[in-house]
Design a protein around this ligand. Structure first.
Ligand SMILES: [Zn+2]
Length: 295
């Protein structure tokens, strides 16, 4: 399997606005997936046992529930349309095994229609998928990276710690390295950069929030009405995670996860009223606006 050979990103990337503009954000639900009963909140008790209980393998499938698999379209006034994550590939709608592999087909229960995939949702908004030049990855888990190959001409940006973990990652860690197309240009962000101002204009700021994975980043955005918005990615699966300080059933490391969740909470405290979209929130997703800022 041939992999991309990422190079360090030359920051800031071109396309930043000098006029102090902002972006518009379209949350896109690409698929839904059945999550284990304690997906959002690990049962109490000692570590490994609590995780095994939380996996819910002994619980009936009826107790599993659907969660959204999102991606985000960012419309930037000069850099053009940008994606944050890619969600599920359209092929997942018809053949999970071909899209994600035989093991995934057994392990995952996914609901998807081809028209939920990002390319179809872009076309619906009058945007040519081939015009996507830049994709920012919060992290490289399969449910975020599955759609990458639909954009062969895009440059993919990811934290260097995430790439190091994912390039040899295994399905048990949430990684499927065959999803990373060698045809794409990949650029890495320095893992020690606490915050990266991607275009140098403050519109897209990538905050280091490791813990869910080694190189996870959340995305703080300046909208075109001058207000702010936060995409937590999987630093918080749900609004409940933030409100109730929940530790999900699975993390890469609990310590960094908790520190990153505190960082998310600090950001929210510093930006009262700003919209916050979490990673896989079944409860809040239906109430999201189709586009931010809301007019
Ligand atoms: Zn993830």
């Amino acid at each position: 399997m041939e992999h991309p050979t990422p190079r360090p990103a030359d920051l800031p990337l071109p396309g930043g606005t000098r006029a102090g503009g902002g972006v518009r954000v379209h949350p896109l639900r690409t698929a839904e997936m059945k999550a284990m009963p304690d997906f959002y909140a690990r049962p109490a008790g000692p570590g490994p046992l609590a995780i095994i209980r939380g996996m819910g393998l002994h619980r009936p499938r009826s107790q599993w529930f659907w969660v959204p698999i999102p991606a985000f379209l960012i419309e930037h006034p000069q850099a053009g349309p940008i994606l944050i994550d890619t969600g599920m590939h359209e092929q997942v709608a018809t053949d999970v095994g071909a899209a994600l592999g035989r093991l995934a087909k057994i392990a995952f229960t996914i609901d998807m229609r081809p028209e939920w995939a990002v390319p179809a949702q872009l076309r619906e908004r009058g945007i040519d998928p081939a015009g996507i030049a830049l994709i920012v990855m919060t992290h490289l888990h399969y449910d975020h990276a599955s759609g990458l190959s639909q954009f062969p001409r895009a440059t993919v940006v990811v934290d260097e710690r995430e790439w190091a973990a994912a390039r040899r990652g295994r399905i048990t860690d949430g990684y499927l390295p065959h999803l990373f197309p060698a045809t794409q240009e990949w650029r890495t962000l320095p893992g020690d950069a606490d915050e990266v101002d991607l275009l140098g204009d403050g519109t897209i700021r990538l905050l280091s929030t490791p813990g869910h994975t080694p190189g996870h980043r959340s995305v703080a955005l300046r909208l075109d009405d001058g207000t702010d918005m936060l995409l937590t990615g999987d630093a918080a699966y749900a609004q409940r995670t933030i409100d109730e300080d929940l530790l999900p059933v699975l993390t890469w490391r609990d310590g960094p996860y908790r520190a990153s969740l505190n960082r998310v909470r600090d950001w929210i405290a510093a930006h009262p009223g700003a919209p916050v979209v979490t990673g896989h929130d079944a409860a809040t997703w239906p109430a999201l606006a189709p586009v931010y800022p809301v007019r």
